[in-house]
Design a binder for this molecule. Structure first.
Ligand SMILES: [Zn+2]
Length: 258
């Protein structure tokens, strides 16, 4: 079965869905925010932080980095060329993005999309487009956004060890999913531990994102080389009942019982 990984930025598929990229079958990465702003645009905050002078040059570098990283795992990417949040004014609508993704899908394609953990508006937009497709009957898996979702560590249910006293990361993840409009208790979670060798391969791919790599370390609870940081990848299958209207589900239940 064919799969697409919706990658808001040029590194998100490798950061969060390495097990999908390394898995079997036909997998295509759809990089969403790959567009360059108009020439002469001053470097906005993330570009400044990562040492860029010219956003047009920087996006060209980032697209080349992504091609090298995905080449290591034998995958290709499609670019949708939308403008990253740091380059645009205001929010984009989910409908047109969902329509563009739909054009790329073959029957039964599984869509992997970010859960939006960490609250980045680009990730939330891609998630919301994927949930729109889920409501249209497409199979969707949400993935935990790395490193954004682990700014403070892993939830206890993922890592199997208690969270630091005073933190409830699991509750934070649940709140994000609930705010996205899904019925969290109907999602089907899956934890994929990455062994040492898989982590090494993933880190080698991440090293290709040379312009981004140092800044990514600052977004997780420990630097990404630390074995705890990339120990897991987490996803949730989104059944139709998790994205339906609650009243419809209730009437469905009544019909089923009858
Ligand atoms: Zn991202």
């Amino acid at each position: 079965m064919k799969a697409v990984v919706l990658s808001p930025h040029l590194d998100d598929a490798v950061l969060s869905c390495w097990h999908v990229l390394e898995g079997s079958g036909d997998v295509t990465v759809v990089d969403v925010f790959t567009g360059s702003p108009p020439p002469g645009t001053p470097a906005p905050w993330w570009d400044r932080l990562t040492g860029a002078q010219d956003p047009v040059d920087r996006m060209r570098e980032r697209r080349a980095e992504d091609a090298r990283a995905l080449g290591l795992v034998g995958r290709d990417a499609v670019h949708l060329d939308l403008l990253d949040a740091q380059y645009r004014d205001g929010e984009l609508a989910t409908g047109p993005l969902a329509a563009r993704v739909r054009e790329l899908l073959e029957p039964d394609t599984v869509i992997h999309a970010p859960a939006g953990l960490g609250g980045h508006p680009d990730h939330e937009l891609v998630r919301d487009a994927a949930l729109e497709l889920a409501r249209g009957g497409w199979p969707v898996m949400l993935y935990a956004d790395l490193p954004h979702g682990i700014a403070h560590g892993w939830p206890a249910w993922v890592a199997g060890v208690p969270e630091r006293a005073g933190l409830d990361i699991g509750a934070d993840w649940v709140a994000v999913l609930a705010e996205a409009g899904v019925t969290v208790e109907r999602l089907v979670p899956r934890v994929r531990p990455l062994d040492v060798r898989a982590r090494e391969r993933k880190l080698s791919a991440l090293a290709e994102y040379r312009t981004q790599r140092a800044a990514l370390d600052g977004l997780a609870f420990v630097p990404l080389e630390d074995p705890r940081a990339l120990a897991f990848e987490v996803s949730w299958a989104v059944p139709a009942s998790a994205v339906g209207d609650p009243d419809e589900r209730r009437s469905d239940g009544i019909v089923a019982e009858a």
